[in-house]
Design a protein around this ligand. Sequence first.
Ligand SMILES: [Zn+2]
Length: 291
Amino acid sequence: MKRAAMLIVLLWCAMASGMVRVVTTLPELADFTRQIGGDKVKVDFIVRGDQNPHFVEVKPSYMMKLKSADVFLTIGMDLEMWAPQIVDGSRNSSLSVVDLSQAINKLEVPARVDASLGDVHRFGNPHYWLDPRNVRPMMEEIVEALAKVSPGDEGLFRANANAYLKNLDTRIAGWEQTMKPFAGKKVVTFHKSWTYFASWLKLDVAGEVEPKPGIAPSPSHTVEIIDLVRSAGVKAIIVEPFYDLAAPDQIGRATGAKVLQLPTSIGGVDQATDYIALIDYDVRTLAEALR
Ligand SMILES: [Zn+2]
């Protein structure tokens, strides 16, 4: 009886505010949701742009965020290994958990899942949000998830998504133009975060500073990468702001390659204020370094 009464109060609150309450893992997903939902959604996110999304320490405050949410948007593909724990901890049985990777053309998917690799990319590479062409299928999933909670607003959600995607398409064409002279250029990245980004812009990722995704650099592997950077003529080493710069700086000093700190999420650098600003910052900074 007590639980039923509470549900009625919760339901009344939701109807009174008329908003879909959404929590996302990454700030990008919160940005997309705001673009689609406008004042019909209340959005919060969990991972800050200066945090490694693979390794997030579970906090009670994250469970509290999910407690009163209608929808929880995730990247999926095991990026957020910590997410099931906060979903359980929220004790929110009506929460709709959405995996946005469903319609994505996934890269580096292993023929079979092999946990013995000690790999954080066991189900393939989850960093697909860094190819802006993947925003369309992600937004389609978000529209559907919001419309399930608020069916009367589906038309509005869809129109907002289409307007955003139309503008994004123009920006994509511009970014491709900026990077066109650098097609085929070799880069080294710290982690395999840039696979989709590089595939989109036809860059060649020659190697990673990490021996395996999620495994910290080792002296012997760093020596191998120094040799690779020299022999392949790599000009840039791309590192997210949350990784230690010791190994990349060592490679940079030994070879003359530039070490670039590029954010993979909103807030990773001050200029990355939203998704478009994030991709714009990465493209412009990289183009400048490869020039
Ligand atoms: Zn990763």
